[in-house]
Design a protein around this ligand. Structure first.
Ligand SMILES: Cc1ncc(COP(=O)(O)O)c(C=O)c1O
Length: 422
C-alpha cells in the first residue's frame, strides 16, 4: 500500500501531515495571490465554515431526499437571475441550475445550444463561433459534445473581432460566445453585436460572465460605466456566473442561467428505462455535494447586495491602483484597456532589452506574489479582488524592484500554468 498505508492513523496525526503538505501552496490569505482564491473577509469565512460543516455530507443528487438543497438551488439561482435582469423578461423569468464551476456551466450551456439547434433547426453538424480569447472550457465543451469550433481573432484592443465572427456565423451555428469580461486581458466583448449575430441565424448566444457575473452588476450600482451585457441585451440566451470566484463562496459553485425554461430543458438529462428507476440530472454530475451549494447560499445571504457592492468597491479600487502603479514602472505595461478587475501584465516593447515576463513572475514569486503565466503574448495574469485589499502598495513596490532586477535576464522555462496533468 503505497503512500497512505495499511493501518489508519489518529486524527491529529492525519491533520498534522495535511497541514505540512500545504507548506508550498500559495499564500492567498496574505493577499499575495492574483487569482485562484478570492477572499471575502472574516465574516464570509465564518459563515461559509459553518455552512460547510452543516452540509459536509449532504447529497444534492436527490432533492426529494434533501429538499433543503432544492430550495437552496432555487433561491440562489433566482437571486442571480434577478441580479442579471432575468426576472422580468417578456418570455417569463429566466431559469437555471447550480453547477460545480465555470467549466461545468459552460459545458451545460454548449450542450443546451447543441440540443436546441438539433430540435428546433434540424442541425446535425453544429458549430460554435467564438474569439480566441474565449475560455478554453468552450473548446472542451465542443470536443466533448461534437461541435466544430470556428475561431475569430481579437482586435487590437483584445475584444472579440465581431466582423470576423460574422464571417464565421452560418446556418450550422448553434451558439455564438461573448465574454464579460474575458479572462486573458480582462476586456469586455461587444455583447450587443455578438447577440445580434446569433439572433440573425436563430442560434444561442452564451455570455461567459464567470469572472464578471458577480462584479459588473455591482460596478454598475457604484456608478461605473458598464456596457450592457446581461439579459437586458436582446438575443442573450444563456449566461454563466461563478459564485466561487468574485461571489466569494468556496470552490465548487457556479450558476448557469437560461433566458427561458424551455431553453433550460435542453441541458437536462432524463432517463426512465434503468433498473435503478427514474433518473434525472440537471448538469454534468451525478452525486452532487451539497457543501458548495450551501456555502454559496450562506455567503450570498450574509453579504446581500450591499455587501457585494462594498467588496466590489474594494476590488475596483485595488484594480485602479494596480493599473495606475504599473503605468509608472518602466519596462512593463497592462495590455488593453480593461475597466474591471482583470489585467495582463506584459513587457513594454519600447523598453529594451525587453523584460522577460516569466523571469519577472519568478522574481515576484520569490517574494510571495503569485500570478498565473499566460501566452501569447507572454504575460502575467492578474485577477484583482478584495483578496488584495491592503497590499497593493507593497505589491507595486516589489513589482518595481523585481522589474528592475530582471532587466536582461532570460527565463528558460516557457511553460504556462495550465500545462500540468499529473
Ligand atoms: C472567463 C472565464 N470563464 C470560464 C472560466 C472557467 O471557470 P472554472 O475554472 O471555474 O471552471 C474561467 C476561469 O477562470 C474564466 O475566467
Amino acid at each position: 500500500m503505497a503512500g497512505l498505508g495499511q493501518s489508519g492513523r489518529g486524527v491529529d496525526d492525519v491533520i498534522a501531515e495535511l497541514t505540512d503538505k500545504r507548506a508550498n501552496d500559495v499564500r492567498w490569505a496574505d493577499g499575495k495571490t492574483f487569482g485562484m482564491v478570492y477572499n471575502g473577509g472574516p465574516g464570509v469565512h465564518e459563515v461559509a465554515d459553518q455552512a460547510a460543516r452543516l452540509y459536509l455530507h449532504e447529497n444534492a443528487l436527490n432533492t426529494n431526499a434533501f429538499p433543503s438543497l432544492g430550495a437552496i438551488q432555487r433561491e440562489v439561482v433566482n437571486w442571480t437571475a434577478d441580479l442579471l435582469h432575468g426576472s422580468d423578461l417578456e418570455e417569463g423569468p429566466a431559469a437555471g441550475f447550480l453547477t460545480s464551476g465555470g467549466t461545468e456551466s459552460i459545458l451545460c450551456s454548449v450542450l443546451a445550444a447543441r440540443e436546441r439547434a438539433a430540435a428546433e433547426r434540424g442541425i446535425t453538424e453544429p458549430e460554435i463561433v467564438l474569439a480566441e480569447s474565449a475560455h478554453a472550457a468552450f473548446h472542451k465543451a465542443a470536443h466533448n459534445f461534437g461541435l466544430t469550433v470556428r475561431t475569430a481573432p481579437v482586435r487590437a484592443d483584445w475584444t472579440a473581432d465581431v466582423d470576423a465572427m460574422a464571417e464565421l456565423v452560418g446556418p450550422n451555428t448553434a451558439v455564438v460566445v461573448g465574454s464579460a469580461p474575458q479572462y486573458p486581458q480582462g476586456v469586455q466583448d461587444d455583447i450587443g453585436a455578438i447577440a445580434a449575430l446569433a439572433e440573425s441565424v436563430g442560434a444561442n448566444c452564451h455570455v461567459d460572465a464567470c469572472m464578471g457575473g458577480f462584479v459588473l452588476p455591482f460596478a454598475e450600482m457604484l456608478g461605473r460605466d458598464v456596457t450592457p451585457w446581461d439579459f437586458r441585451v436582446p438575443g442573450v440566451t444563456t449566461i454563466s456566473a461563478d459564485i466561487h470566484k468574485l461571489g466569494y463562496a468556496p470552490k465548487g459553485v457556479s450558476v448557469v442561467l437560461h433566458r427561458t425554461k424551455q431553453s433550460r430543458k435542453y441541458q437536462t438529462f432524463v432517463f426512465d428505462r434503468w433498473l435503478g428507476g427514474f433518473y434525472a440530472s440537471p448538469n454534468m454530475q451525478g452525486t452532487r455535494s451539497g457543501l458548495p451549494m450551501a456555502c454559496a447560499w450562506a455567503v450570498i445571504a450574509h453579504l446581500g447586495v450591499d455587501g457585494y457592492v462594498d467588496l466590489t468597491r474594494h476590488t475596483l479600487d485595488n484594480a485602479d491602483r494596480f493599473r495606475a502603479g504599473v503605468a509608472g514602472i518602466d519596462g512593463i505595461q497592462v495590455l488593453g484597456d480593461g475597466q474591471f478587475h482583470l489585467a495582463a501584465l506584459a513587457a513594454d516593447p519600447s523598453f529594451q532589452p525587453e523584460i522577460d515576463m516569466f523571469a519577472l513572475g519568478d522574481a515576484l514569486l520569490e517574494r510571495g506574489w503569485f500570478h498565473d503565466r499566460q501566452t501569447p503574448p507572454d504575460s502575467l495574469h492578474s485577477t484583482i479582488s478584495n483578496t488584495n485589499t491592503g497590499v497593493i502598495d507593497d505589491y507595486l513596490a516589489d513589482l518595481a524592484e523585481c522589474t528592475a532586477s530582471v532587466v536582461g535576464e532570460r527565463n528558460a522555462d516557457r511553460s504556462t500554468n495550465y500545462a500540468t496533468l499529473e
